[in-house]
Design a protein around this ligand. Structure first.
Ligand SMILES: *[C@@H]1O[C@H](CO)[C@@H](O)[C@H](O)[C@H]1NC(C)=O
Ligand SMILES: *[C@@H]1O[C@H](CO)[C@@H](O)[C@H](O)[C@H]1NC(C)=O
Length: 259
């Protein structure tokens, strides 16, 4: 009963929205090599995601790794230096402070600038921004599964999820032998990395719980994803892509394109 009342109050005072705008700060880190050390665990593959336009998120956006792979559009608020479009980034890392929502790779930071203003913007080092979550789009890529080197046959399996589309959070990953209903859950080890010590023998299928805001669903590739002879270091196409866009509650909803 208590739950119902709280839920009702929340809905009546906020609007369901898929483009909640938040105001914060953004800074940048320079050496692009540090992009490959992100806490999401993507490693050097992160550089392939989005032309290296990646960012470390604050604890409140990183959410112990749930925020990994999420996409945001960020624009700075200095009218003289900053473009109205800003930049689109993928979260691949975390940093320690809630007062700065994003620490951007330096190319991403510079591309928030108006033409010719990148130098002036970079000299500021830290800027006021507004940002909103957006769907991740990977044309010609399905959600993909990289088998990590720590996997040991027969039953220890650690995978990393790559090219996560849509605007949702991946909250669960299950694995089963193809044609078997015996699903085994995997646990988030860190960021985009999921593991189980009880993987069935292959060939293997996967299903994913995706949620965000008010909704959740299964995304399920009904086919072989890992062959019986899966190999560490290989990337396998999951045969599905996430395209859902979650709604959340907020007070400043901006569904217009930023340009
Ligand atoms: C950041 O904010 C989250 C809640 O949004 C809180 O749980 C966390 O403790 C904060 N972390 C720091 C370092 O302030
Ligand atoms: C994604 O998966 C579908 C269904 O299995 C497949 O037909 C398609 O070729 C895949 N797309 C890419 C880009 O690999």
């Amino acid at each position: 009963m208590t739950f119902f009342v709280i839920f009702f109050l929340f809905l009546s005072s906020a609007t369901a929205c898929d483009r909640c705008v938040r105001e914060s700060k953004a800074a940048f880190f320079s050496p692009s090599s540090s992009l490959t050390a992100g806490t999401c665990g993507y490693g050097s593959i992160a550089l392939l995601f989005n032309r290296g336009f990646v960012a470390a998120a604050s604890p409140s956006l990183y959410r112990h790794g749930i925020g990994c792979g999420g996409c945001f559009q960020i624009r700075c608020r200095n009218a003289e230096l900053c473009s109205g479009t800003g930049v689109k980034i993928v979260v691949t890392d975390s940093h320690g402070s809630n007062t700065t929502d994003f620490v951007l790779s330096s190319p991403a930071f510079a591309s928030m600038a108006r033409p010719g203003m990148a130098g002036g913007l970079s000299r500021l080092g830290i800027v006021e921004v507004e940002h909103k979550r957006i769907p991740c789009e990977y044309p010609n890529r399905n959600l993909s599964i990289r088998v990590e080197e720590s996997s040991r046959k027969p039953s220890s399996l650690t995978v990393k999820l790559l090219y996560q589309g849509g605007q949702t959070d991946i909250m669960g990953v299950d694995v089963a032998r193809v044609d078997s209903p015996a699903w085994q859950f995997m646990s988030r080890r860190n960021g985009a990395v999921w593991a189980t010590s009880r993987a069935p023998g292959g060939p293997l299928q996967f299903r994913f719980v995706v949620t965000g805001g008010y909704d959740g669903k299964w995304v399920w590739a009904e086919r072989e994803v890992l062959p019986a002879e899966w190999r560490a270091g290989e990337v396998y196409d999951a045969g599905v892509q996430i395209t859902d866009i979650a709604q959340e509650g907020c007070f400043h909803c901006d569904t217009r394109e930023w340009r």
